[in-house]
Design a protein around this ligand. Sequence first.
Ligand code: SF4
Length: 336
Amino acid sequence: MLQQTTVQTILPRYQEWLKAFPDVRTLARAPLQKVLKAWQGLGYYERARNMRLAAQMICERFDGSLPDRYKDLIGLPGFGPYTTAAVLSIAFGQAYPVLDANVRRVVMRLAGTTGKANQRHDKFLLSFLSKFFPDEKAGEFNQAMMELGALVCKPRNPFCLRCPAQNFCLAFKSGEQELIRAPRARRSERIETVVAIIKEDGKYLIQRRPAKGLLAGLWEFPGGKRKPGETHEEALRREIREELGSEIKIGKLLLKVNHAYTRFQVTLHAYECRLKNRPQAGKKPFRWVSLRSLRSHPFPSGNAKIINYLEERALIMHETKRKNSLSLDWRGSGRG
Ligand code: SF4
C-alpha cells in the first residue's frame, strides 16, 4: 500500500482493509472484485491480486498459517527476495537482511561504494551487510536501516553530522556521500484517451477489462487511446465500434481528467454519447448499472473521477428541480 503514497494517507485505508479482510481465510475466500474494490486508487493492482492468491495458497498448503521458511515464502505470489526477507525478519525474527532503495543507498555509503544506487550492487552489499548483521532482533535492525535511509541518509544532503553511523561510514570519511546517485527516474509516458458516457433508462454502460494485463479485472467506461492523427470523435467512434460493435452519436464533452499512474500520465476526455444500435459483448464483457451501483464496482482512478462528477451533477440537478418545484408551488399558492 505504501508504494505510492505516505503513511498518513494510507493509515485509514489499511484499517479499512483489515476490517474487510481480518484474516488469511477471509481474504482467500473473498471475490476478486471485492478485493480490487478495496484496493481502488492505490495503484499496483497486481499486489492486491497476488495477496489474494497468496492467501489461497497459504490456506491450501499451510493450513492458513504464514510459513516461516524462506523456500516456502518465496514461492508465494507477490513474494520476491525483498518481501520474503522483510517478513522473515520482522514477523519471525530471522536473520535476513532487507535491501530496499533506502537501505541500498545507506549500505553503499557505509561501504564507500560510489555510482548509481541500483540492484547491480546487491550481491556485494549483502555480503558487506552480513559482516555486522545481528543474529537477534533482525526485524528491528532492518527497520532501523530503512528509517535511517528515509530520515537521515537522504539521497541529497544527508544529515551526516547527526548520523549514528557516522563513525564507521566510509563515504563520510572520504566526503563522498553525495557521489552515490539515485537511478534516474523513468520519464512517464503521456497518453490521451477518450471515453463514452452512455446512459439509457437511467443506467450507465460499463465494461470489464481483461483478466490479465494493465488494470486487469477493473471496470471502466468504454473507450480507449487516441491514435496519432485521430480527432477525439474519430477515436471514440473507432473504439466503440471495435469494443461494442456499435455506432454512436457523440454529444458534448463532459469533462477532462488528468491522472498520473505509475508509469504513465493519462488525460481522459469523457463525452456524452448515445448508441445507435445494440451493443455486443466482445473481448470485454459489459453491463448496465445505475449511478448508485457504479460505486460498488472497482474502477481505475481516472474513471473514479468521472463517477464523482456524475454523482455531483445528479445532486445539482436534483437540487435545482426541487427548488423549481418549490418556487412553482409558492407562485401557485400566491395566486390562490
Ligand atoms: Fe549516510 Fe552520512 Fe550517515 Fe554515512 S554518515 S550513513 S552518508 S548519513
